[in-house]
Structures are given as C-alpha cells and as structure tokens.
Design a protein around this ligand. Sequence first.
Ligand code: TYD
Length: 133
Amino acid sequence: LKARSKLMMISEHGDERGYLTVIEGNKTIPFEIKRVFYIYGTKEGIRRGFHAHYKTKQALIALSGSCTIHLDNLERKDEIKLDCPTKILILEPNDWHEMYDFSVDCVLLVLASHLYDAEDYIRDYELFKSLHT
Ligand code: TYD
C-alpha cells in the first residue's frame, strides 16, 4: 500500500499578544528538516508543482492566505485547501502534486527532508505512472 499524504492540525500558543505556532523536526512532523523554501507573490490563475519525488518528504503550511493542493498517488486523488497557519500537509514523495488557487497574500511555507536535488524530481506524469503501477 502506498504511503498517504495527510493533513494535520497543530496547536497554537495564543495569548493576549497574539499567536505562536511551532514545528519541530522528527517530532511535530515525521522527518528531519534539511531545507526550507516558500512560495509567494503567485500570480492569478497560476498552477505549479507538477511533480512527485523519489525520496523527499515535505510539509506544507499556508502561513498567510490560502491555496489548494492537488494530490494524486494513482490510487486516489485529493484536493486539500490550506487556509490557516495551524494546518500542515505532510506530503509523501509518492504523491504527484500541483498547487493552485493561490490568494494574492498566500505565503506557502515548505519544509523538506532533503537538500535540493533536481534528480529527485519526477516531472513526467507518464514516467510517474509507470513507476507507481
Ligand atoms: P520549481 O521546481 O519550478 O517550482 P514548482 O515545483 O513549485 O513549480 O522551482 C522554481 C525554481 O527554483 C527552479 O529554477 C528550481 C529552483 N529551486 C531551487 O533552486 N531549490 C529548491 O529547493 C527549490 C524547491 C527550487
């Protein structure tokens, strides 16, 4: 059976000053964080991603605004809306993913289990299908 990406809610520390939310590697999320990147200023109507990975696991959080993640592991497809900073999507390497419907103020934070390696990307959907069926 394929590993399934999953949505998690994490707790926030709120008080009269506002909110603070924390993510710890190998604790809040099931991997050590090796890389962090963020996607922002996304133009209207843009869809990006269009790949799966061989080994990289990721955690996605919309720190501000919202966006939707299309997931496809060939057994099932899902559309996950990220619209609050306490919602985390744990994205398995075997999920083809596309991100769309970004609000103008969306800041999408991505925590990754591996350093950037172009060789870890599967960008051809036909190849993805052949590897996973
Ligand atoms: P790209 O893979 O096109 O983004 P997406 O999957 O969201 O469509 O990445 C955009 C550019 O950034 C591309 O030139 C590769 C580069 N990049 C890095 O150099 N390091 C990274 O960790 C990532 C995620 C991208």
